[in-house]
Ligand binder design. Structure first.
Ligand code: BDP
Length: 600
């Protein structure tokens, strides 16, 4: 799906702003709801999660449906064009009504979807209503738990007669923000238009060949492509929907040194410009090569999370986060635990930030958190995410396939790979293969592993890179960093035997900013530094270890529970982006670790 752009063939009109809003008690939308509201209504900003925009506990913890509505009129000048309504994301499930008529439904909260406006319907004023459903369960991604309380719920049974409030129980550790989180717009194209662009390339010596593949709505006109350098100079051109363009003396996209070419496509009256970088990615032995050189990941797992906006797109915050990453000497992050906005992906292309791109498959594990200690269940026999999981892999790769910043796909986080190892293989093998099939650039694919019973996780061994979330010194041997180091070393001796590249996609310690002690204990800023130093003592010695991504870039909101002090506090930065002591420690460390050839 192409990102909406504006040029002389295409228009894009933002529908962001303040919308009418209603939280529904019932779980159905009536016809009346989808027509222009006469009675009272609330207000809500778009884009933004709705949960924290008001002072209302019921809305923050709302379960079920809400409605958004606004008036829309389409400029007359677009009457001959194809007009499309496009949502960057609606979390988690959306139904879209145009003057009361259902025109789109979408499942999943982190990927874009669109609906064409019927030309008959273009004149006059219109009412656009969107119903948003935040319910999560065993069939959704992310997964909702069937244990009251979710991952941090009580292990004790409920007391008979006590009524809990109706609520979602996330099987994951972040707040279940909902709403219209990313931009909404109307865009236009000519009636016969460019649908998609797929790019791959080969690099040899100093030259590259870009292979392009253009999909158009019909095949009635000629297709012409031009390749422009960053200065806008044409360096190659070709005719046809498929073809190859030579780029002699190519300037590669490098981590922290981005260079973007533009593919300009002309098809009939339509025109589209796709910025893209040229770089290669390959796993070779225990190395992760970018442009042929062994890369070392320095960075974080992140969240789309901020005060008031929840998960709503905030370009200022994105710019700031990347500035902080560069200040710290980082080069990468993972889009834990769902696809991030298209705006962020484009920014990472521009800024040279390396991204591990993750689907929203988090909580595909019915044996952790509050379920621990009970009779283990076969997650994959009970969970109903199979088809949707395929869908999000397809749609994510479809959306992000041309981004140079994306160097690896993550098809899930901390799934249940150890309890019934063969079930996990049956579930993940087709998904691993699907990701490879769908990607024109055939990037490496991973599945992020949970700490626990390593050694019998064939689903992880199928992956191109072993990505581990490990908490030695926090959840395991918390407060005993010597034991933590020993245990980490023992585990790493095992991974050394697999012959795979290994990296940490999470490791961290909850740290309350401002808690300081000369002799550190858990939760102090000093302990967070000591924790990371202890881990690094072991990791720095391992030749097959290809990267460290701290958990988390910044503190973030979670459900309430006894394990969380107003959210998860493992950030190197606070939620408002103030550095903790560990942020300075990493700044020192990362500026001395090169992006390439660190372990050789
Ligand atoms: C891991 C999860 C992550 C959590 C983190 C933690 O992948 O979402 O926030 O641990 O406990 O299990 O802080």
């Amino acid at each position: 799906m192409l990102y909406p752009i504006m040029n002389h063939a295409r228009t894009a009109i933002s529908l962001d702003g303040v919308w009418r809003f209603r939280a529904l008690r019932q779980l159905e939308v009536t016809e009346q709801d989808t027509l222009r509201w006469n009675g009272s209504y609330d207000t809500m900003a778009v884009p933004g999660s709705y949960n924290d925009q008001k002072e209302d506990e019921a809305l923050r913890d709302h379960y079920g449906l809400v409605l958004y509505q606004r008036d829309v009129s389409i400029p007359k000048s677009l009457s001959r064009e194809r007009v499309v309504l496009r949502f960057g994301s609606v979390t988690h499930h959306a139904a879209v009504y145009w003057n009361g008529k259902l025109i789109a439904r979408h499942r999943g909260g982190f990927l874009p979807f669109e609906a064409e406006i019927d030309p008959q319907d273009m004149e006059k004023n219109h009412v656009l209503t969107v119903s948003v459903d935040n319910r999560i369960d065993l069939s959704t991604l992310p997964v909702g738990s069937d244990n009251p309380g979710g991952i941090f719920g009580s292990a004790l049974p409920d007391i008979p007669g006590v009524q809990r409030k109706k609520q979602n129980y996330p099987n994951f550790d972040f707040f279940n923000y909902a709403g219209i989180a990313r931009p909404v717009l109307l865009y236009s194209t000519p009636k016969d238009y460019i649908q998609d662009i797929r790019l791959r390339y080969t690099v040899e010596g100093g030259d590259a060949v870009v292979q392009y593949d253009i999909e158009t709505s019909e095949e009635s006109s000629a297709c012409r492509v031009e390749l422009l350098d960053e200065g806008g100079n044409r360096i190659a051109e070709a005719e046809g929907r498929q073809g190859a363009l030579n780029v002699p003396g190519v300037r590669l996209w490098q981590p922290l040194d981005a260079y973007l070419y533009t593919l300009r496509v002309q098809y009939g009256d339509d025109e589209y410009e796709e910025p893209f970088g040229i770089r290669t990615v390959e796993v070779k032995g225990t190395q992760f090569l970018i442009n042929g050189r062994p890369f070392y990941f320095k960075g974080y797992g992140k969240h789309e999370d901020s005060e008031f906006r929840g998960r709503g797109l905030d370009n200022v915050l994105n710019i700031k986060d990347i500035a902080l990453m560069k200040w710290q000497g980082a080069n990468s992050f993972r889009t834990s635990h769902y696809p991030y906005s298209e705006e962020m992906m484009r920014l990472c292309d521009r800024e040279g930030i390396v991204v591990i791109d993750e689907v929203p498959a988090v909580g595909v594990n019915l044996n952790f958190g509050s379920a621990q200690g009970r009779e283990p269940v076969d997650t994959f026999a009970r969970i109903q995410t199979h088809e949707h999981h395929r869908e999000v892999i397809r749609d994510l790769i479809q959306r992000d396939k041309n981004h140079a910043c994306v160097v690896m796909w993550s098809i899930g986080n901390e799934s249940d790979t150890a309890t019934f190892p063969e079930s996990a293989v049956s579930y993940y093998k087709p998904l691993y293969e699907l990701a490879h099939e769908q990607d024109p650039q055939n990037r490496p694919v991973t599945l992020v592993g949970l700490q626990g019973r390593y050694g019998n996780e064939p689903a992880l061994l199928m992956m191109d890179v072993i990505c581990l979330n490990r908490y030695y010194g926090w959840y395991v041997y918390g407060g005993d960093l010597d034991a933590a180091k020993q245990a980490l070393k023992v585990e790493m001796d095992y991974w050394a035997t697999t012959g795979k590249p290994v990296m940490f996609t999470e490791y961290g310690a909850d740290t309350v900013a401002g808690l300081r002690l000369a002799t550190s204990v858990m939760f102090t800023e000093e302990y967070q530094v000591d924790y990371y130093k202890a881990n690094h003592e072991v990791l720095d010695e391992l030749p097959f270890f290809i990267g460290e991504q701290a958990w988390n870039f910044a503190d973030f909101a979670t459900s309430q529970g006894i394990n969380r002090v107003e959210g998860n506090k493992k950030g190197l930065f606070t939620r408002d982006r103030r550095p903790k002591l560990a942020a300075h420690y990493f700044r020192q460390r990362w500026h001395t670790i090169p992006d390439f050839e660190y372990k050789n």
